[in-house]
Ligand binder design. Sequence first.
Ligand SMILES: Nc1nc2c(ncn2[C@@H]2O[C@H](COP(=O)(O)OP(=O)(O)O)[C@@H](O)[C@H]2O)c(=O)[nH]1
Ligand SMILES: [Mg+2]
Length: 218
Amino acid sequence: MNNHANSNVYARRGLMLVLSSPSGAGKTTLAKALLAREENLRMSISFTTRLRRAKEVDGEDYNFVNKTKFKKMAEAGEFLEYAQVFGNYYGTPKIPIEKALASGSDILFDIDWQGTQQLEGDKTAGKDLVSVFILPPDNDELETRLRTRAQDTDEEVKIRMAKAADELSHYREYDYIIVNRYVEESVQMLQKILGAERLRANRQSGLHKFVQILRGET
Ligand SMILES: Nc1nc2c(ncn2[C@@H]2O[C@H](COP(=O)(O)OP(=O)(O)O)[C@@H](O)[C@H]2O)c(=O)[nH]1
Ligand SMILES: [Mg+2]
C-alpha cells in the first residue's frame, strides 16, 4: 500500500525562505550549506549595481548590472522588491521567482530587512514568505568574519560594522531567529524550519484531491 500522506508527493506551492542578518554573521555560509542539503531549494539570484568581488561569478552570485540598467528594470516593474544597501542597489527579479514557486520549488533569499518588509507587504509574496533572522554569536565574531574575508577595504569594513547595528535593530520583524554559534547546528535549525513550514495547511494545495479519495468521494 502506498503511504504518501506525509511526504511531499502532492502538489504544493513553493515557499520563500528569507535569510537576513548583519554582514559577517555567517549567512552566506549557512545558505550554501542549506542549499547543498535541500534538493527542492534554489537560491534567488539578485541583481545589483555593486562591483563584482574577485571570487564572485556573474549570473551565479549576483547579476551585476550598471545603475542605468537597474533603474530601467525597476521602472518596468521587473523587481519583486529592491533596496539601496551601502550605496548600491539590490533587487529580486519577479519572473523567475513566480515561475519557481508555481512549480513547487522553494526559494532561498539572502536579502536585507528593507527587502523583507517589501515582500511581507506584498499580497502574494506575503503568504509565501518565511523569514529568518541570523544573529551573530557576539560582536568580536562579527568583526573577525568581516576582516578575515578581506575582500573589502578597511573603509568598507567600517561602514559595514556601522550598518550591522542598523540591520540588527530589525530582528523582531522576522518569523524565526537563529543565533549562529555553530554552522552545523544552525543549518539543522534551518532544515527544521523548512520542514515544518512545508507542512502548513495553506501550502499543501494538492492535498484536496487526496482527502476526497480518503472520504470516498471519487
Ligand atoms: N533588499 C535586498 N537586499 C539584498 C538583495 N541582495 C542582497 N541583499 C543584501 O545586501 C546586503 C549586502 O550584500 P553584499 O553586497 O553581497 O555583501 P555581504 O553579503 O555583506 O557580503 C546583504 O545584507 C544582502 O542580504 C536583494 O535582492 N534585495
Ligand atoms: Mg552576503
